[in-house]
Write a protein that binds this ligand. Structure first.
Ligand code: FES
Ligand SMILES: [Fe+2]
Length: 426
């Protein structure tokens, strides 16, 4: 699968990433070069752990759902014993796409081209006119599969590399943020089964990844939604905010809004509501968590970007799918928390309002991504500046680098990890 990519990259001199990525600035070509994009596929998307889907999307034996990693078309399946598989949607005969439907339930897949049939584990079951193959027995062929698949709180990740760091090592400090999200469910379970929206975006994927924890832009880019809804969110990202931007390592980062919510000390403020409006949920959380419930209800959900493609934005999840240097798809869905129907309904309607086709939040950001992509094609001044807050960064009690709410600490963490991966031996 990576042979073509390798061939392309090997025929040209490799970009000098130490020059293109510096601690306080990055070069514009990182967003426009198709050669760099090809190297990213090889060194990031087809090597490191990448988010694929959520186990709650395939709850029953036989369930399957189409997923993607970059241009790779994948099928996540649940076999009859409950095992999870991530197959490449490619027939072992002559490479036709085996599965057409976005989701469904089936024990097997039948390729439409010549009728080869596969079990939902990827194993070849049979093919028409067996006499055409010598020995008339079983052919030693199967659908491709992502070699390493692992999950955390149902978030399924895959790595195309047979060896490398474990998922736990990759997630590192970011795992705690997924814990925080799961803890908001009275049953301790996140579900991503509300359906997905897809927005095709004419911008490089890294502009999205960098923006997810950029606390500098919300006051400006999202001023219209904040004023229409009277949202208190704007204040979280002001120069006066006590929130912090944290580099979680391995390219992951977060806007930690908890200091602001702790100042108010009001349960459910993080959700833009009060406990009186979601009484059943609050009662169940207190029943399950006892005294610890207060802190959970005050501090709310994480705002975390998990390198390279998973963004948990409190009540929504975004997945970034790069297609080329200048194009990607944003997949988004509402978070659903098992045992919290009061919240779930609201999370769906809030998501429609913010990231739906007429939503007011994602459209604002996307406008910025596409304007940025047009901007990086301009020849001067070549560099994107990354200095904001560099002089006031500090190390927290866990040894992680933090900046203020509006500092570019997260981006610097992203680029540092990106450079490590891009410079690693092939
Ligand atoms: S390509 Fe799938 S059966 Fe021929
Ligand atoms: Fe934004």
């Amino acid at each position: 699968m990576t042979a073509t990519v390798r061939g392309t990259a090997a025929s040209m001199p490799r970009p000098d990433y130490a020059t293109l990525i510096q601690s306080d600035r990055v070069h514009g070509s990182l967003y426009t070069s198709e050669q760099i994009f090809a190297e990213e596929l090889e060194r990031i998307w087809y090597r490191t752990w990448v988010y694929i889907g959520h186990a709650s999307e395939v709850p029953e034996p036989g369930d399957y759902v189409r997923k993607s990693v970059g241009p790779q078309d994948l099928i996540m399946t649940r076999d009859r014993d409950g095992g999870l598989h991530v197959l490449l949607n490619r027939c072992a005969h002559r490479a036709n796409l085996v599965c057409e439907d976005a989701r469904g339930n089936s024990k097997s897949f039948r390729c439409p081209y010549h009728g080869w049939t596969y079990r939902n584990t990827g194993e070849l079951i049979g093919y028409p006119y067996r006499q055409g193959y010598e020995g008339n027995g079983k052919l030693d062929l199967a659908m491709g599969r992502v070699p390493r698949v692992d999950s955390y709180h149902g978030f399924v990740f895959g790595s195309f590399a047979a060896d490398g760091p474990t998922l736990a090592e990759h997630l590192g400090a970011a795992a705690g943020e997924i814990d925080r999200l799961a803890r908001l469910s009275p049953d301790g379970q996140v579900q991503l089964n509300a359906g997905w929206l897809k927005h095709r975006t004419r911008a490089n994927w890294k502009l999205l990844a960098e923006n997810e924890t950029d606390g500098y832009h919300p006051q400006f880019v999202h001023s219209s939604i904040f004023s229409v809804t009277g949202s208190p969110i704007a204040a979280l990202y002001s120069d006066k905010s006590s929130a912090v931007t944290r580099n979680l390592g391995n390219g992951h980062s977060e806007n930690d809004l908890r200091p602001e919510f702790r100042n108010f000390g009001e349960p459910m403020r993080w959700f833009g509501t009060t406990q009186a409006r979601v009484p059943d949920y609050v009662a169940r959380m207190r029943e399950v968590h006892g005294e610890a419930a207060e802190q959970i209800l005050v501090e709310g959900a994480p705002h975390v970007m998990i390198f390279p493609n998973l963004f948990i934005a409190e009540i929504q999840v975004f997945v970034i799918q790069p297609l080329s240097a200048g194009e990607c798809i944003q997949h988004s869905t509402a978070v659903q928390l098992k045992g919290a129907p009061e919240l779930n309904k609201r999370m769906v309607s809030q998501s429609i309002g913010s990231v739906g086709p007429a939503g007011m939040l994602l459209a604002d950001d996307t406008e910025m991504y596409e304007r940025n992509q047009r901007g990086v094609a301009m020849l001067q001044p070549e560099w994107l500046d990354l200095r904001r807050g560099l002089h006031r960064e500090r190390v927290d009690e866990r040894g992680l680098t933090i900046g203020t709410a509006t500092d570019e600490t997260a981006m610097r963490g992203f680029w540092s990890h990106y450079r490590t991966l891009m410079e690693a031996a092939a």
